[in-house]
Design a protein around this ligand. Structure first.
Ligand code: SAM
Length: 314
């Protein structure tokens, strides 16, 4: 395993806490659904025996190239290019469905994705308005913002950015594109900023709009719903699901999903069933874990991270 400059540019969040929670069997089979720059994968491999295996996944071709560089001599490691929502299809191919000892998801974007202007994720850097994690397919943010209806833009800003002024900002976007279609992050950031009458202290006025458009372009919440459901079939009994979320839209989904699977089937009051007939699939391990003071001191990205862990029981 070699460590590159690229890898060092992304500081993995809740690294030790998440890997401690993930590994129950050092000889097991594990999945890192969000390889990024491999910080979590590297730590997992350090803790596993020579007989263990780690399968990683990432949507981003740059992440795949990085994995090829870092882990070319690592026989226990493999990586797939695509969405973690395809996980069970790959597991079936390698006969590992129901045999996974742990799945780790460190959601959202990596620091290199945010920091590289040409990826178009950030209002801080001027670049082409792309925002796709997987640049081999799908619509760019520019293609979408220049063609979507005003209602659809407002809906995305409200649902995925929880933007109070979604309608007003959507109107400004549509007015602007009639004169000049959007091509860059700075054009979009300027129009959103001018249309936004109020935003939270310490945040950029385009923060919510950029988050919303990124989530939409990358299908982030539907992918999350799919992998949560798939994890039930993927994991072995005793296997762990470890999810690190970066905003409340993600965390709410993870929390709700774990709660449902911990409670099992919801039956009308008074129906005579035994506890074991309720189809309970998970047990929740602890409440949430957040980054401690020492991590926050050197990694501001960890500020909004929330980790939840569940174990498959049936
Ligand atoms: C926060 S970073 C992960 C960082 C990684 N844990 C590390 O230590 O370097 C998130 C990564 O997940 C990828 N990603 C996000 N959603 C994905 C999905 N649905 N399927 C596959 N990869 C995804 C992104 O492309 C990004 O590289």
């Amino acid at each position: 395993m070699s460590q590159s400059l690229e890898q060092l540019s992304h500081q993995s969040v809740l690294l030790h806490e998440s890997v401690d929670a993930l590994i129950t069997d050092v000889n097991g089979f594990y999945v890192d659904g969000t390889f990024g720059r491999g910080g979590h994968s590297r730590e997992v491999l350090l803790r596993l025996s020579e007989d263990a295996q780690l399968m990683a996944v990432d949507k981003d071709e740059q992440a795949i190239a990085e994995a090829d560089k870092q882990f070319s001599d690592e026989k226990r490691f493999s990586i797939r290019h695509g969405s973690f929502s395809q996980l069970n299809q790959w597991l079936v191919e390698i006969e590992k469905l129901g045999k996974v000892n742990g799945i780790l998801l460190d959601l959202g974007v990596s620091s290199p994705q945010l920091d590289e202007a040409h990826r178009g994720f950030s209002f801080m850097q001027d670049g082409p308005l792309d925002m796709r994690m997987n640049r081999t397919k799908g619509e760019t943010a520019a293609e979408w913002i220049n063609s979507a209806s005003q209602e659809d833009i407002a809906r995305v800003l409200k649902e995925y950015g929880e933007e109070r002024f979604s309608k007003r900002i959507a109107r400004a976007i549509v007015d602007h594109r009639q004169e000049q279609p959007f091509a860059t992050t700075h054009e979009l950031s300027k129009v959103v900023t001018e249309a936004n009458p109020a935003w939270e202290k310490g945040k950029h006025p385009a923060t919510r709009a950029f988050q919303a458009i990124r989530i939409h372009i990358n299908d982030e919440l539907s992918d999350l719903d799919v992998i949560l459901e798939q994890a039930l079939a993927a994991l072995a009994v005793g296997g762990r699901l470890v999810v690190i979320s970066f905003h409340s839209l993600e965390d709410r989904r993870v929390k709700r999903f774990i709660r449902q699977q911990v409670q099992g089937d919801r039956l009308p009051m008074g129906v005579p069933v035994r506890d074991e007939q309720l189809n309970k699939r998970l047990r929740s391990l602890g409440k949430v874990t957040k980054a401690g003071a020492s991590e926050l001191a050197h990694n501001p990205r960890a500020r909004s991270a929330v980790m939840r862990v569940a174990e498959k029981i049936a």
